[in-house]
Every structure is written in structure tokens, then in C-alpha cells.
Design a protein around this ligand. Sequence first.
Ligand SMILES: C[S@@+](CC[C@H](N)C(=O)[O-])C[C@H]1O[C@@H](n2cnc3c(N)ncnc32)[C@H](O)[C@@H]1O
Length: 274
Amino acid sequence: MARRPETEDARTNDEEIGICNSDIDLRSLNHSLTIRGKMPESKGNSTIPGVDWRDGDLPVSRHFDDPYFSAHDGRAETGHVFVRGNQLPQRWRDTEHCLIAELGFGTGLNFLETVRQWRELKRDGARLSFVSFEQFPMATNEMHRALARWPELTALAKQLVEVWQPEFEILETRFGEDIALTVFMSDANIRLPQLQFQADAWYLDGFSPAKNPQLWNPALLAEVFSRTVPGGTFATYSAAGQVRRDLQAAGFEVRRESGFGTKREMLAGRRPHA
Ligand SMILES: C[S@@+](CC[C@H](N)C(=O)[O-])C[C@H]1O[C@@H](n2cnc3c(N)ncnc32)[C@H](O)[C@@H]1O
């Protein structure tokens, strides 16, 4: 499979991408949404640990020893677990602005497949904001290779790869006039508590809880809950009992749904209206 050379990565468009070194105010980028916070002393973005490739083109984190998405079909997994788990197709029919937040940007597959489906289903004039957290940003050539298996995403993946800068602290970019992407290249445990926003839907996608308990700890899930609109939702491929209990303790109503591929169950839920 063709690999994108590192030298093709360089791209700077000051109007679309910025690094904030002090207060973060992304209101203009995120369609009048308020996302604010202070930069931490250290951005918490760790040395990229690298990726191994299984069966040719399935990326597996060397650090966490876990694949980034289902070997069965990562794009279909995104649709099943995150898009439908959050009941987004039905909700998008009546939504003028949808804010999706994610723990674990990884290859960007969830974002790209969400954009693809949203463009098919959104109502006229609607806007999408996607905010994600990534402590170990992938090298650009690895992201390119990971996304190359889906012809449906080729054009969108090209756009993402062209703007991806793993060394940035924050990536802010637009996909057309109606979609704003913000990726905080930081440990979500550090960054999320510094930000103020209310998500309509959360994608909890941080490797398996057994391999990466840091991204599933009760304090972080409580931060997720407090940044969810009443009636807002979450979805995750995990069906772990501890995750279910911790999400319930945070305040979510949690239900089990049928999982994707070989996974029997997954979790989804809602922040109750007060
Ligand atoms: C299963 S992968 C996410 C896959 C991704 N959503 C996609 O569409 O490709 C989990 C991601 O969480 C990231 N991660 C792990 N611990 C983290 C943390 N504490 N804060 C932010 N990101 C973290 C990993 O580096 C990895 O990219």
C-alpha cells in the first residue's frame, strides 16, 4: 500500500489552523459555541509511540497493544457504535447545530465517517462541531495509511491528512463552511477539565478499559457527564461492567445494546433531563 512520505505533510494555513498559547476561545471557529480554557503548563501530548500493522493495514498501538478500530470493518463499526449508538441519524433531522465530542481521535476515522453520514442526513443550513482529544497523535503517514482502505472516505481523508500536524497542541480546522474540527493533542484527563462546552453526543473510544484505564476513570467520566447537554448521549463499544457502573455513577442512564462484529454488547446512554 502506498505510504505518504513525511515531506508531503507540511501545510500551513493560518486562517484554518492555529496554536493557542494562552486563553483558548474558539467561538468563531465553533459556530458561536463557547469553548474556553487555559493551556496547561505542559500540553500532556506524549512522544508518539508508533503503530504496528496487522494483516497489512490494521493499525495497532504499540503503546497500548490494541487496534484502533475493528478488524472486521472500522468504518461500519463507527456507524454502528458511535453514530447509531448516539441515535444521530434521527436527531440530525431536527438539529441546526450538533456538537460531538470524542475521547481518542486516533486515525480520525470516527470523525470522517461521521462527516460522511452527516452530509447525507443533515438538514439544510445545519452545522457540525467535532471536538476530540488525543494524547498520542499519529504520525501523518500512519494516519494516511490507516484511512486508505475506505474509498468512500478518500476525499475527506485527504483533507484531514493535509492539515494534520501531530506536533501541534491544538488543531482547529474546517471542512467546508459548516463543519468545524478541533483536536486537543493532550491527555483528556488534563485538558477536558479546563474546557467549558456542552456536547450533544460523546464518542468514548479510548482503547479497551483493561488496556487503558486512564481514559475510563470515574473522574474523567464525571467530566464527560458535566459536559453533556440534558438529553445528550454517549456511546462506546465497551460493555465492561465497571465502565457501566462508573457511567451510571456519573449520572448517565445506561443501556446495553448489541455490539459490532464479534462484540456481543456495547453501552449507550443519555444524560437525563433534570
Ligand atoms: C481506539 S483509539 C481511537 C480511534 C479513533 N476514534 C479513530 O477514529 O481512529 C484510542 C485513542 O485514544 C488515545 N488516547 C489514549 N489515552 C488517551 C488520553 N489519556 N487522552 C487522550 N487520548 C488518549 C490513543 O492514543 C488512541 O489514539
